[in-house]
Each structure stands twice: as C-alpha cells, then as structure tokens.
Design a protein around this ligand. Structure first.
Ligand code: COI
Length: 363
C-alpha cells in the first residue's frame, strides 16, 4: 500500500506578510517553508511513519551512521507556479528513478515512485503558499528530498534504520547577477569521483569531495570548478553541481558521456532532448579539456553553458587554470543558443510552451 503522510500542522506558521517578504527576494537555499516531510524505513519492515510536521531541528544520536560514514543521498527539484495559479513540477519520475539508483549504490532502501511523489504532494498540500507567485521571473520552490542512515550504530554496514525527508526552500536565481557568464576554475589536483566510485549517485559525499576544488576556484576569483576524469585527467566531467554543454561551429550540442562518474542530470537529459528543436545535433562523448581550450581560439567552440535544476542554464565564460586561461565566448549575457535553450526550458516549466513531451506533473 502507498505510504500515507499524517499531517501535524504547526500552530505558529509564519504570517502572510513575512512569507511574502521572503518570496519577493528568496535568494537560494537560505529560507525554508513552515513544514517538512519525514518517513522511516526499518529492515524487515519497510517504509512507515510518514509525517508532515513543523520544519525544525531533527534529533539524531551522535552515533547515527550518516554522521560517520556519510550514507546519504538527495534530490533537487522545483515546484513552479503557472499563470493560472496551479503548481507543477518537472519530470519528477526522473528524480524518483535517480533517487532509486542512488539508493542502490549507497545501499539505502528504494522509495517507490508513488511514495516519492506522494511525499511532495503531502508537503505542497500544507505549504503551497510558499510557491512564489507567477511573475515572469525564474522564482520557484526548490524541493529537496533526502535520505540518510539514522541508525545509531558504529559498525560499518548498510544501516538497518533510515530516514527519508523532504524540505522546501523558495528560490530565485542560483547565481546572482542575472545571465552574467560564470568563470570556471579547472581543478587539476582535486578529483571529484573515480572509476566505479559514487560519481553518478547523488550522494552528499560527492559534493563534499568537490569542495576543495571549489575552494581553490573561489580563491582564484572563479564561480565554480570544472572536474576532469580521475583516470586520465584529460576529459571534462562536470562542475560538481552542474553538467556542462558545448555548442560547436557545426551546430552540435556536445556534453560529456555518462561514464559512471558523472551525475546524470535531469536538466542535462532534457537539454539533449531539446537539441533537435533548435537544429542542433546532440552528442554525448569524451571531451578532452584541450578541445575546449583550442576550440575557443579556433572558433570551433561557439558557446559553453552549465545546467542543473538549481542553476537552470547558466552561460560559462572564461576557463582559468594555474598559469593560464581560455577566454570567454559568451559575451555579456551568454550566447544566442544558450539563451534560446534556457528560455525554452523556462517556458516549458512555467507552462508558457506546449508540454508535448509530457514533462510536467501537477502537484
Ligand atoms: C541542483 O539541484 O541543481 C543541484 O545539483 C544541487 C546544488 C547545485 C544546489
């Protein structure tokens, strides 16, 4: 039977004026809605205790396995308000499927798709007022489902008790400064993921391992780091929180192939699907970083952009490394193709374009 979520509405929900002030200028990842979802899994029992309660601190034993061995996964999605006031999300079955794949890799229990969707609906039922009003900007309610080993036990083995949760955070643009191209740092000494490792899983550990490269980049005045494959240190993988795309002179839309160490982005997959609508040929393959650097000077690489649920599509400018750099091809506000694909994606998500692929689900 599907998991049910018992609702315990908090008495002290924030007043309308306070919520509206947050929604007018949400930023990213700092404000949270009034409620959260939790559910518990126990070995031999399965999923139980679905609840919607007040957003607030959680109680864990100091010995909880997640705090020691990082057995944790998460998802990133958005709820969009359309002009008629209805609330929709984008390809949630893809997020549910990816969370199940991440769970298998991290020996966590799978949450059935219907319960995954049910948990989002349960939260939106009480917190729908936190989905920013439709105003033609890119505001949304960022949804963060996550799952972690909550069992209090220090032995190293798959946990026998696991907690699933969903929190939600009103979101504006991930990068401030509009469509200003981001400056990327080529991380040479820090790898994000290795062969047969966890790179394709959306687990916290991948993000933790990317931070040293990210910090190096920030110290060099960059916005994000680019990670190369750990085996040959030659091919571009991803940014740690975003996938990368290249628009070539001969109208190809090229992105690194999924090698097992790259996050299988839902936005990445959607962009590949949309390529044909723009007369572009999608191509997934190994992309040596030299091809980017040389391609910028030869004109072979016309545009570079990053994509993800949080960042949507963001133009990439300069690529910087210790002792050198490749200039931007993005101009002031990103290249023509970057802006067109970004606009199409937003039009689909906000219900302004025909959803011919059935990507939208009403919440
Ligand atoms: C996303 O939801 O796009 C992520 O990958 C997480 C992070 C960059 C906020």
């Amino acid at each position: 039977a599907p998991l049910t979520f018992e609702v315990d509405r908090r008495a002290d929900v924030r007043p309308d004026a306070e919520r509206e002030a947050v929604l007018a200028n949400p930023g990213f990842g700092t404000h949270f809605t009034d409620h959260m979802v939790t559910a518990t899994w126990r070995k031999g029992e399965g999923w139980t205790e679905g609840k919607v309660t007040a957003y607030g601190p959680i109680t864990l034993m100091p010995s909880a396995a997640v705090l020691h061995y990082a057995q944790e996964i998460f998802e990133g999605m958005k709820a969009y308000r359309h002009e008629d006031g209805s609330i929709w999300t984008f390809r949630p079955e893809a997020n549910a499927a990816r969370m199940a794949r991440s769970a298998r890799r991290m020996t966590l229990p799978e949450l059935p798709e219907e319960d995954f969707l049910g948990s989002l609906r349960a939260l939106l039922e009480v917190d729908h007022a936190w989905v920013p009003p439709y105003d033609g900007s890119e505001k949304s309610l960022y949804l963060r489902p996550f799952m972690y080993a909550s069992e209090a036990f220090l032995g190293v083995r798959p946990a026998a008790e696991v907690t699933y949760s969903v929190i939600a955070s009103p979101a504006g643009a991930y990068f401030t400064g509009g469509l200003k191209p981001i400056r990327l740092w080529l991380s040479k000494d820090v790898s994000r993921a290795g062969r047969h490792g966890t790179g394709a899983a959306k687990c916290g550990g991948n993000y933790a391992s990317s931070l040293a490269g990210q910090l190096e980049g920030i110290e060099q005045g960059c916005d994000q780091a680019v990670f190369l494959d750990a085996e040959t240190e030659t091919n571009i993988e991803e940014l740690g929180g975003m996938n990368l795309f290249f628009v070539t002179r001969d109208d190809k839309l090229v992105t690194p192939a999924l090698t097992g160490s790259i996050l299988e982005g839902v936005t990445r997959d959607s962009v590949l699907e949309l390529a044909k609508d723009f007369g572009l040929t999608p191509e997934e393959r190994a992309i040596p970083v030299a091809e980017w650097i040389d391609g910028v000077s030869s004109g072979e690489v016309r545009e570079v952009f990053a994509c993800g649920t949080a960042a949507v599509i963001t133009p990439v400018g300069e690529l910087v490394w210790a002792g050198g750099s490749a200039p931007s091809t993005a101009g002031e506000g990103g290249g023509e193709v970057t802006r067109a694909i970004r606009q199409r994606l937003l039009d689909l998500q906000y219900g302004r374009a025909d959803d011919t692929r059935g990507w939208l689900t009403r919440l």
